[in-house]
Design a protein around this ligand. Structure first.
Ligand SMILES: C[S@@+](CC[C@H](N)C(=O)[O-])C[C@H]1O[C@@H](n2cnc3c(N)ncnc32)[C@H](O)[C@@H]1O
Length: 279
């Protein structure tokens, strides 16, 4: 019998086409899929698995119960998938599962997935890094039932005025808005991204001052991620909301990548080519 191994797979944000080729191949071979049912549509699993695959939701299970299932099925020689939404390394609570598996002598591998912020940026048709304006993306959450370390408080993060993707925060959106407003201008666009990649996906782009009121009014509480970014001023969002909330880009700066006078390893600048030629 082959050595037991659990495959942790990132399912992506919900769209079945956004799982990796490797993740999909393993799902097709799975005997058992243990999955986070509140965050992964069952359609995504049914799309790939063979008819007799055992599918086990975990929303009502404790860590000990999940570990017991994983260890039991792996030890009986089954191909076991632990399916997480988005990318497992981000708020996936996989560390304690991996520790438990190591303690039980079961090996594992991790197959990454597309995180919610990546699909949100794609739907918004925006580059979250903008030349001369934003060169960092912060992935974070606001303190709620789970406390964020003082050094990572939202207000501290907001001080960078980078592109900021806010997970797990819709229930504390008023608090988040207040902290963000300490540093971001009031008209900074915020994309409220509700269940991106799901059939009932909604994406609303509003000024920062309307972040909380819009979330509450539209009841976008469950599975919502926010993108707060001056870069959204350059976005052209093809949603039900059109482009009306989005003002003109604040920067027309372009990246050095395609600049004719920028020397790169695989494409030397015009000036250098000319000089070489003259020599
Ligand atoms: C436990 S975290 C897991 C994040 C996940 N590992 C990822 O990489 O996207 C769950 C939170 O991620 C965000 N999220 C996950 N899937 C989403 C989706 N399809 N649309 C919008 N937000 C999503 C929401 O903020 C949700 O509360």
């Amino acid at each position: 019998m082959p050595k037991p191994i659990i495959h942790f797979i990132g399912a992506g944000p919900g769209d079945p086409d956004l799982i990796t080729v490797k993740g999909a191949r393993l799902l097709k071979q799975a005997d058992v899929v243990v999955y986070a049912d509140s965050l992964i549509p069952i359609d995504l699993i049914n799309h790939y698995v063979k008819p007799k695959t055992e599918i086990i939701p975990t929303a009502d299970k404790s860590l000990a119960q999940i570990l017991e299932i994983l260890v039991d099925r792996a030890q009986s020689g089954k191909t076991v998938i632990r399916l997480h939404d988005g990318d497992p390394c981000l708020y996936g609570a996989i560390q304690e599962q991996m520790n438990g598996l190591l303690a039980a002598g079961i090996d594992f591998e991790i197959i990454p997935g597309v995180s919610a912020y990546q699909l949100a940026a794609a739907k918004l048709r925006v580059e979250l890094t903008q030349p001369q304006q934003i060169q960092s993306i912060i992935l974070t959450r606001v303190s709620g039932r789970t406390q964020v370390p003082a050094t990572e408080e939202l207000e501290t993060m907001a001080a960078h005025q980078a592109s900021l993707c806010l997970y797990l925060s819709a229930r504390h959106v008023q608090k988040a808005q207040t902290k963000l407003l300490k540093h971001y201008p009031a008209d900074t666009p915020v994309a409220i991204c509700f269940r991106v990649g799901w059939k009932d996906e909604r994406i609303l782009v509003v000024p920062l001052t309307a972040m909380a009121s819009t979330t509450d009014r539209e009841n976008l509480i469950r599975t919502t991620m926010y993108v707060v970014s001056p870069a959204l001023k350059a976005a052209t969002v093809p949603t039900e909301y059109g482009t009306s909330h989005i003002s003109k880009p604040t920067t027309t700066a372009t990246s050095n990548l395609y600049a004719a006078d920028y020397d790169r390893l695989f494409r030397r600048s015009h000036e250098l080519k000319q000089r070489d030629f003259d020599d």
